[in-house]
Design a protein around this ligand. Structure first.
Ligand SMILES: [Zn+2]
Length: 303
């Protein structure tokens, strides 16, 4: 019998798409609005540029749409070519931690669509503030097993204790439900790069601060995620797939066009959720690589 060994680490990710190729992308099929559309020029921040001229979806939003369609196809058996497709089941319970943009505007027509805008710790989850429901992702107002899909696009790196949010998302997803998310990651690192922590209600900076977006303070990056995230998510009851997607025909390009899909797969394993200052809380490197190899194999079998 043939034997083999598979090496999954370090990962070899695709080289960044060449600048002339990227700037040569003019026409796309937009997976958000479903139109054959033109794109605006990609900027230095490729993830949030290259807007569809029809609906305004940028690169990362089209990546999220690609992932959503994959999840919907698997959970409902319905193949929808884009998110504006009428056959997209209106009874799907979808929660999007985003309150603006093309995906939000497109999904709003679904009966079971929920969204939120974080308004501050003085509010309770479910409160409506300036027309938008507020949710604290570590303690939401959703029922157990309520949702089919949760979407967070570049959100969890801004939460001091992201694994409390993952635990909460596991609670509110139905069994088989999926959390589709993007986060800054370095999957060639065994551990998360915890850049800041909240200790005794104070933000303690462990690395030079970095912010996303314009609002300094509100968008501080607490973590860049490494492979330990996969292990923690398994302990929390998720099975994780991740994809690197390059689909120039849809205007989805790298570098780092990663999207994660965490399926509510089993009950949470009875173990503390890592939080606070989490330095080196990883169980063992072997445990992570073994877990990941199993995950990769199960994904291979499924596809
Ligand atoms: Zn579009």
């Amino acid at each position: 019998m043939a034997s083999f060994e598979r090496k999954h680490f370090p990962f070899s990710f695709a080289a960044p798409d060449a600048e002339d190729l990227v700037q040569g992308i003019k026409r796309i099929f937009c997976p958000v609005c479903g139109k054959n559309s033109e794109v605006e020029t990609y900027g230095e921040n490729r993830r949030e540029s290259g807007k569809c001229k029809e609906c305004g979806a940028w690169n990362r939003q089209r990546l999220m749409a690609w992932a959503l369609m994959r999840v919907i196809r698997r959970s409902t058996g319905v193949h929808v070519p884009h998110l504006s497709e009428g056959r997209l089941a209106s009874e799907l319970q979808v929660y999007n931690a985003e309150w603006f943009g093309a995906i939000h505007e497109t999904l709003r027509r679904l009966k079971g669509y929920h969204w939120s805008r974080y308004a501050g710790e003085e509010y309770n989850s479910g409160d409506v503030v300036d027309g938008h429901p507020h949710q604290d992702l570590t303690n939401t107002s959703f029922d157990d097993d309520q949702l089919d899909i949760v979407m967070t696009a570049d959100v969890l790196e801004h939460i001091p204790d992201p694994y409390l949010a993952h635990r909460e998302i596991h609670r509110v997803l139905r069994p088989g439900g999926v959390h589709v998310f993007t986060v800054p990651s370095n999957l060639n690192s065994p551990i998360d790069d915890q850049r800041a922590a909240v200790i005794d209600d104070r933000v303690v900076q462990l690395s030079p601060p970095s912010w996303h977006g314009k609002e300094v303070d509100s968008n501080l990056v607490y973590n860049v995620f490494g492979l330990e995230m996969i292990q923690h998510l398994w302990v929390l009851g998720f099975s994780v797939e991740f994809f690197e997607v390059s689909r120039p025909d849809m205007g989805i390009i790298g570098p780092r066009s990663f999207v994660f899909m965490a399926e509510k797969h089993h009950e949470r394993i009875d173990r503390d959720v890592p939080c606070g200052l989490r330095a080196r809380c990883i169980e063992s490197w072997d445990a992570v690589t073994t877990r990941l190899a199993e995950e990769v194999d199960s994904v291979r079998k499924r596809n």
